[in-house]
Design a binder for this molecule. Structure first.
Ligand SMILES: [Zn+2]
Ligand SMILES: [Zn+2]
Length: 256
């Protein structure tokens, strides 16, 4: 069964293709479920790399229309990929309760430290990765999220894998298991290619040391394309993720 719950579209300004393009690709590839999860914009601040806040209703309408048009051929879900920022709790609730958003993916690209935001891609100290993990865990505890995107994204900072990195890993895995939320092997990490450091040649994410612990935990895992182009929905790197997950002995599930 082919599914993908982490899909972007051109509204985020760094992807190509409309919702319909992704749906047509999914049908062509024989997918049963396609979840659209474009980056969520926030009401009072533009964090960049996402649709304008005023576009939310248009995006929802676009997905709803495609659901009507293609609903007999695949299950199309309306979602967003969203950070967890405490001050927006009401907003997340409104999306789920009033706008009928069907699921949220937690993609913690940045997090709040004492009122200013810190990018997960720009961390220089492993102790900060523990802070990052706590923000992810707090997000998962809210019950708003159905899937945790790239749980090992801090790997892009290529920091030495020390005890803080193990602690980061444990905090995130324990929270995902406790809340029964699958974690994602993200094909964009594979698309970035290998790095070579003291640990040898490996992906920055999915980072083998993170997923070694996931395998031990038995936590649920989902493969995501995180595609920003329809042609990447089920590309060779998604295939590599499936192979990696199998080789690492992960508990892969297909459906949320
Ligand atoms: Zn994106
Ligand atoms: Zn994404």
């Amino acid at each position: 069964m082919l599914t993908n719950y982490h899909t972007h579209c051109n509204r985020c300004k760094h992807a190509e293709g409309s919702v319909e393009h992704y749906v047509q690709q999914a049908i062509m590839e024989g997918f049963s479920v396609l979840g659209m999860s474009d980056h969520l914009p926030y009401p009072n601040f533009d964090y960049g790399f996402r649709m304008d806040f005023a576009e939310i209703e248009d995006y929802i309408a676009e997905v709803r229309e495609a659901q009507k048009k293609y609903g007999d051929r695949l299950t199309l879900l309306l979602g967003f990929e969203s950070e967890y920022l405490r001050e927006y709790r009401r907003f997340y609730e409104k999306l789920l309760d009033k706008y009928g958003v069907e699921y949220l993916v937690l993609g913690q690209h940045f997090y709040d430290i004492g009122g200013h935001w810190q990018s997960a891609y720009d961390i220089s100290d492993t102790a900060e990765c523990v802070t990052y993990a706590r923000s992810v865990s707090e997000g998962l505890d809210t019950g708003y999220y159905s899937l945790l995107a790239h749980p090992d994204i801090v790997g892009v900072n290529c920091l030495e894998w020390d005890r803080n990195m193990d602690e980061m890993t444990d905090i995130i895995i324990n929270s995902a298991v406790k809340n029964d939320i699958p974690m994602e092997i993200n094909a964009n990490g594979v698309r970035r290619g290998y790095v070579t450091d003291g640990l040898g040649m490996h992906y920055t994410y999915p980072h083998f040391l993170f997923w070694e612990k996931v395998a031990e935990s038995g936590a649920k895992v989902i493969i995501s394309s995180d595609c920003h182009h329809p042609a990447l929905l089920n590309d060779k790197d998604v295939g590599k993720c499936r192979t990696i997950a199998r080789n690492w002995g992960l508990n892969v599930i297909e459906k949320l």
